[in-house]
Design a protein around this ligand. Structure first.
Ligand code: SF4
Length: 92
């Protein structure tokens, strides 16, 4: 989740990522090398794994269609896959 500012739901105040730089969750820019990105994302996901508000965070990110960054332990590609799987399950 990174640095989202002081406003927002209560769960954000208990986010483990508040103790880490936002760049760990969002990267620096589009020029990030794929290997560097993978490594950074894995480090961010380790933070998420220990986060007590992971479910709230992921739920928010899916609902808000957050387009960038690691939220709830998933990157944007993984969140899109999760949304597709949820939509598919809802149709069956
Ligand atoms: S799950 Fe990850 S991104 Fe979400 S609040 Fe926790 S540490 Fe931050």
């Amino acid at each position: 989740m990174g640095d989202l500012g002081a406003e927002g739901p209560e769960w954000r105040e208990r986010a483990a990522c508040l103790r880490h730089p936002a760049v760990l969750f969002f990267g620096m820019d589009d020029a990030e090398a794929p290997g560097d990105r993978r490594e950074r994302e894995e480090r961010a996901k380790l933070v998420c794994r220990e986060c007590i508000v992971r479910l709230e965070c992921l739920s928010h990110a899916l609902e808000a269609r957050e387009p960038y960054g690691i939220w709830g332990g998933l990157n944007e590609v993984e969140r899109k896959a999760r949304l597709r799987a949820m939509a598919k399950a809802a149709r069956t």
